[in-house]
Design a protein around this ligand. Structure first.
Ligand code: IMP
Length: 454
């Protein structure tokens, strides 16, 4: 049985908590796309672990797989593994031989290109981890894969082909001087050594074979998506997207299992009870704004509903895990969620951060959009049209601050009535039952109605 976890909005929906909760009953936790652009904090027995690449399940002794759809920075990988070992854990991490490798020049080029766009609204606001440039090389058939690190001659040959191109791009197109990150000999020595370590530690696998043989043995797997639907390269708001497919289709292409296996299991959409966004791009239900990120918004503190945005941002701790940047905040956006549910086929949803909205007299949900005089119920395909959408709000009565720990103990029926009305609305609109409700930052602050693996 497989459970695929998909972010239904713009990332940061609290996927880690659900992976964590369901992960107890899983044997294998697989990431199917992205790289060290993700970031999550896991607290286990009072110890805090910050991970951006290694699947969090390894902390609980599960096998963690980075599937072929991932881009792997070996430096991050080994520093995370070493940090876990120093804390007495023995992480079992397997790497798809088909996964692509992030090299230092990818990170440099990511920064150079963002800098080149910095004076325009073309800037994406990437995490600077080299994600886009690595996927570009994958699509351009010049990428270096994990399997190549295991054969030094092959690695050398590929570096000799690709590095001069990268150097020319940096120097001749962008006019930036290059250094060690573009030095073939240095890269060869460093990445050959990573390959040796991967070999010695028996880390590399043919991911599809590896996972499917475990499923055949009756084991349970979680496929963990990073980021979210609206930053999916195909289904998100291009070009303000990451360069991979966080949606459920990515779980098939990024693991080596068939769509039938993924679709035959559960696909759980993770929903934040409101909306946040890091970086630029439209956000029709936005409250307030963040200068430098919100299009056309230059001065902090001048937007409509600024106080409300600030209240939610502070209460929800809505600051980037990696960069510390304030996140943009908005009301829940149903056209966005309907699009996400269709793309991934949610069999259930988990709704997080309901406690953050407690104490408001009333709250809004963007139920539909108005675009060119027409009411529409799902997101337009182009970002330009999406940017012109005006939300039609549906207003809900607020719910009080309650003792959420008690609610967790007592279960779903103890959730305030108005909160349940809000949950029922989301569930009805998406045609998917509520599997879990998050009412606080800790993983124990969750009401689990359904755990597909138990
Ligand atoms: P990249 O993935 O670093 O190329 O960044 C592309 C876009 O995806 C930017 O808008 C990032 O802020 C966003 N992004 C990437 N990873 C995450 C994440 O884990 N959470 C939220 N946004 C992300």
């Amino acid at each position: 049985m497989t459970v695929t976890i998909v972010g239904s909005q713009l990332g940061d929906e609290g996927k880690g908590r659900v992976v964590d909760l369901y992960g107890d009953a899983a044997d294998v936790v697989v990431r199917y796309q992205g790289g060290d652009n993700a970031g999550h904090t896991v607290v286990e027995d009072g110890t805090e672990y910050k991970l951006s690449l290694v699947p969090s399940g390894v902390i609980r002794g599960k096998v963690g797989v980075l599937g072929n759809g991932c881009v792997i920075n070996p430096e991050t990988l080994f520093s995370e593994i070493d940090a876990l070992r120093e804390r007495g854990l023995e992480p079992d991490v397997r790497l798809a031989r088909r996964a692509h490798v992030i090299l230092p020049y990818h990170r440099v080029l990511d920064g150079i290109e963002e800098e080149a766009k910095s004076d325009s609204d073309r800037k994406v606001g990437t995490t600077g981890r080299g994600i886009g440039p690595t996927y570009e090389d994958k699509a351009g058939r010049r990428g270096i894969r994990i399997g190549d690190l295991l054969t030094p001659e092959l690695l050398r040959e590929k570096l000799e082909y690709v590095v001069p191109q990268k150097r020319a791009l940096a120097e001749n197109v962008f006019g930036v001087e290059t250094g060690e990150a573009f030095d073939i000999d240095a890269l060869y020595e460093q990445y050959k050594a990573y390959g040796e370590r991967m070999k010695e530690d028996n880390m590399t696998v043919n991911a599809g074979d590896f996972i499917s043989s475990r499923l055949d043995d009756g084991e349970e797997a979680i496929f963990e998506g990073a980021q979210g639907t609206i930053i999916d390269i195909d289904h998100g708001n291009y070009p303000y997207v990451t360069s991979s497919n966080p949606t459920a289709g990515g779980a098939a292409t990024g693991t080596g299992l068939s769509p039938g296996v993924v679709g035959g299991g559960e696909v759980v959409g993770i929903v934040k009870a409101y909306l946040t966004r890091v970086g630029s791009g439209p956000l029709p239900t936005e409250l307030g704004g963040v200068a430098g990120d919100t299009p056309g918004y230059d001065e902090q503190g001048t937007g409509e509903n600024e106080d409300l945005a600030e209240y939610i941002r502070e209460k929800g701790g809505e600051y980037g895990t990696v960069t510390g940047r304030p996140r943009r905040v908005g009301w829940l956006d149903m056209p966005m969620l309907r699009h996400a549910a269709r793309v991934s086929g949610f069999t259930g949803i988990a709704v997080n951060h309901l406690d953050v909205l407690a104490g408001l007299d009333e709250l809004n949900v963007g139920h539909s959009y108005e675009l060119d005089g027409e009411e529409i119920f799902t997101m337009p395909a182009t970002t330009e049209r999406w940017g012109r959408c005006e939300p039609n709000f549906k207003t809900f009565e607020g719910w009080p601050e309650v003792n959420w720990n008690e609610v967790v103990e007592e279960g779903y029926d103890a959730i305030p009535e108005n909160t349940r009305a809000y949950l029922d609305y989301i569930s009805d609109e998406l045609g998917a039952p509520v599997y879990a409700v998050g009412v606080g930052p800790g993983r124990e602050e969750t009401i689990v109605l359904t755990n597909p693996l138990e």
